[in-house]
Design a protein around this ligand. Structure first.
Ligand code: UDP
Length: 330
């Protein structure tokens, strides 16, 4: 019997990368679920070529989803569904709250009925604007409940609480990954997050928009590293009932990222400064000792290598040939 696996948010950035890995194992039967609010079906083009993949267009925050007949006998649930870019979660705040709370609850209930394992993708945003660097899993965070990021931060936090309760009350094998900034060319061109913005701007010779003075920091993990960690978390029993930071601890100032992307893309863009968004965290860097200890995992792709690949693929996606000319389709 094949192993039935559900991936919620399958048409999204991380979801589609994860599906791509999971369908390679022919004994897996992967069911992707997405309401396509921010995900794109085109991300799953490759997956549709596999007969061990099926797709359900549905919203996991609706209670009826638990009874879906295709879900019977599911063994593993990767719950990734949620807008993750500030641009999108701020455009859909109530939907974001719903999917991270009701959606998580529904996936946990589904797991309980089928005795399935659950991986819940939480976020470094649970640390808010941190007063501790690097952030360890023990750090309880500094989130403003009355601000534009709260819909994401606080709903992800409540999602963690639901995981905790299902683990404690029903012994569901639940794992919580707190994912830090992740990137690749799989991000939508209009995703709004910093790497996709800067790379697209650099390629198009448009102004590179640094928010604030660019002294705020982030730590960027290439998607292949992140996906490996998620697969390991699902596999390892030692990760049950654990919260684990998943990210790359190399920390960069946003202004330095802008110069690096401009250089690697050989771009003539100007770097300009725009207003810093409200509640924008000033620092972010994961402590990954726990991931190393429990999963034996650490990221191996450094920023420069990841960015080179990201720029190359974005150029391809945007129809720019190797010598920098815009291809004209006949
Ligand atoms: N940022 C920027 N220019 C952009 C997009 C983002 O300077 O065009 C900054 C943003 O203010 C933040 C950092 O880059 O300090 C990372 O932002 P992103 O939206 O990628 O993710 P976040 O980590 O804030 O959720």
């Amino acid at each position: 019997m094949p192993k039935k696996i559900i991936v919620t948010g399958a048409a999204g950035f991380l979801g589609s990368h994860l599906v791509r890995e999971l369908v390679k194992e022919k004994n897996n039967f992967v069911i992707g679920v997405d309401n396509l609010s921010t995900g794109l079906l085109s991300n799953l083009e490759e997956a549709f070529n596999n007969n061990n993949f099926s797709f359900i267009h549905a919203d996991v925050s609706q209670k009826e989803i638990i009874g879906h007949r295709e879900f019977k006998g599911v063994e593993e649930i990767y719950h990734l569904a949620s807008p993750a870019s500030p641009k999108f979660y701020q455009a859909f705040p109530l939907e974001t709250i719903a999917v991270n709370t009701l959606g998580t609850w529904n996936m946990l209930e589904l797991a309980k009925r089928n005795r399935a394992k659950v991986l819940y993708t939480s976020t470094s945003e649970v640390y808010g604007d941190p007063e501790l660097n690097p952030q360890t899993e023990q750090y309880r965070g500094n989130v403003n409940t009355w601000g534009p990021r709260a819909c994401y931060d606080e709903s992800k936090r409540l999602g963690e609480v639901l995981c905790y309760e299902y683990y404690r009350l029903y012994q569901i094998p639940v794992k919580v990954a707190r994912i830090f900034n992740t990137y690749s060319a799989g991000l939508r061109n209009d995703d709004g997050r910093v790497i996709s913005n800067f790379v697209v701007q650099a390629i198009q010779s448009k102004d590179i928009t640094v928010y604030g003075d660019g002294s705020q920091t982030r730590s960027f993990c290439y998607v292949d590293d992140t996906i490996k960690a998620l697969l390991l978390m699902m596999e390892k029993e030692e990760a049950n009932g654990q919260i684990i930071n998943i990210g790359n601890p190399q920390e960069y100032k946003i202004i330095d990222l802008a110069y690096l992307i401009k250089k690697l893309a050989v771009s003539d863009s100007r770097i300009i400064f725009k207003e810093l968004p409200e509640n924008d965290p000033k620092i972010r860097r994961p402590a990954i000792d726990k991931a190393k200890r429990i999963l034996g995992w650490y990221p191996v792709i450094d920023l420069e290598k990841g960015l080179r690949e990201t720029i190359r693929v974005y150029k391809e996606k945007m129809g720019i040939s190797k010598n920098g000319e815009l291809r004209v389709e006949n």
